[in-house]
Design a protein around this ligand. Structure first.
Ligand code: FAD
Length: 419
């Protein structure tokens, strides 16, 4: 490595903290800046899964034939508040384009390469920092209520197997109960992904990484960044009256990245898929694995000693108020599917997934002079892809050949379409 760089990382979600930590471990001089603290955004309240099997983008061929019946059902798995319908329309057009067979296949390949990197990068980090105690290696159980639904899922499951996942197919209620007792009798088919990993608590995970960053001489500044500007002698980061110059800057502000990109003249079709959940206290249910209901768009995972019921997608932008009815709808459904579930005493939450229409993140230089790196847009997979993203960013910063092809994550892939 050449001279020690002074690097500013904006955004202390799981992406920014992971990037900052990996750069600090490469002996760079790193300052992490966040307006509301470590893990205060989507990264603090998510389902806590390293979902390495989720290589299939949302924009699958034919998706827009199925989805519209959900769009305007405020309690359905994929909804659009009427007030946001016009604003999200251009994003949906790009989403539809991304669902063409060739783009879909390219996205699966790109996602698989980033997942492979992220899996191995996670194991390196866990070993290096002794974080095994933060992980639960309990697998994931996907549940189906009919043979028809199960058969419809099989091509996707085969795709996940091709991506290196070990998956057992289960075709009786008894086989499901061996893994997760207490399911509603309507479930009779499933797939069990043995390689799936969860964290003890996603907030604690990011906090632990931030502690390791500070121990390695990293600095954390709480401030709202209003602009990033390229100047000949450095990159100026303007925040709360201050104006600090860095050699390099990383923008990792999740769903909120649009404002800082505008200050650089960069535009990408970034929007948000808002997601909801309820975290229940200890004793709510004897959950043995991460449980997914693919046909209903939600999951149930263990968080600390309690559990979290959540998911769904609401294409509602950053400004509309949260509609906690959606969290309630998921909890009601979970109570039907897990009849012994105790639903009282929960805490509701809504988070902003940073989402691009092709389900791939942007991990790229912002402009030709290569002093600013963008790392945002991980959608449903920010925790999962965080450590792989951090290694990719570190390679780019150091001028090393990246270990995977970064082209599919380029910022200009939307160029010419979005202006
Ligand atoms: C319900 C739900 C469940 C999910 N489950 C999973 C899961 O199981 N596994 C998985 O991998 N992913 C999951 N996700 C997705 C995951 O949470 C996100 O992809 C991830 O958290 C994005 O991380 P981030 O660091 O990019 O953004 P964020 O966590 O949102 O962090 C961005 C940070 O930038 C800061 N910021 C923004 N603007 C500025 C500014 N101008 N100046 C200073 N700071 C700024 C914010 O304060 C924030 O802390 C889930 C998401 C939701 C909503």
């Amino acid at each position: 490595m050449g001279c020690r760089l002074k690097i500013g990382v904006i955004g202390a979600g799981v992406i920014g903290v992971s990037v900052a930590l990996v750069l600090t471990r490469e002996n760079q001089d790193v300052t992490l800046i966040d307006r509301s603290g470590v893990a205060s955004g989507a990264s603090g309240g998510n389902a806590g899964a390293f979902a390495f099997s989720d290589v299939i983008p949302l924009a699958t061929p034919g998706v827009l034939r199925k989805a519209p019946r959900w769009f305007f059902d405020p309690r359905g798995p994929l909804s659009i508040p009427p007030r946001y319908a016009l604003r999200i329309a251009p994003w949906l057009v790009r989403f539809w384009r991304a669902s063409s067979r060739d783009r879909y296949e390219a996205a699966v390949n790109a996602q698989t390469s980033l997942m492979d990197l992220s899996r191995t990068a996670l194991e390196r980090l866990v070993t290096g920092l002794d974080l095994e105690g933060q992980l639960r290696r309990e697998g994931q159980l996907q549940l189906y209520q009919s043979e028809k639904a199960f058969k419809a899922a099989l091509p996707g499951i085969e795709q996940q197997r091709r991506a290196g996942m070990h998956i057992d197919l289960l075709t009786s209620a008894g086989a499901l109960a061996d893994i997760q007792p207490g399911l509603a009798v309507s479930f009779n088919h499933g797939a069990y992904i043995r390689d799936w990993i969860n964290v003890y608590d996603p907030r604690v995970w990011v906090e632990r990484l931030a502690e390791a960053f500070v121990e390695a001489q990293g600095r954390i500044v709480i401030a709202n960044v209003s602009a990033v500007e390229q100047e000949p002698e450095g990159i100026a980061v303007r925040y709360d009256g201050a104006d600090v110059s860095f050699d390099r800057v990383v923008i990792a502000t999740g769903a909120h990245s649009g404002a800082l990109l505008s200050s650089l003249g960069v535009r990408v079709p970034l929007d948000t898929e808002r997601g909801y959940n309820t975290t229940l206290p200890p004793g709510a249910f004897d959950l043995r694995t991460h449980v997914t209901f693919p046909d209903h768009g939600f999951v149930v995972s263990r968080i600390r000693d309690g559990l979290r019921v959540g998911g769904a997608v609401e294409l509602g932008g950053l400004d509309l108020p949260a509609n906690m009815q959606r969290a309630e709808a998921l909890l009601d459904r979970a109570a039907h599917f897990l009849p012994g579930l105790k639903t009282s005493g929960g805490t509701q939450w809504m988070g902003f997934r940073p989402s691009l229409p092709d389900s791939l993140p942007v991990i790229d230089f912002a402009t030709d002079d290569k002093r600013i790196v963008l790392a945002f847009g991980h959608g449903h997979l920010g925790l999962t892809q965080s450590v792989g993203t951090a290694e990719l960013v570190a390679d780019m910063m150091a001028g090393r050949q990246p270990s995977i092809n970064p082209a599919p994550f380029g910022v200009s892939r939307f160029g010419g379409v979005f202006s």
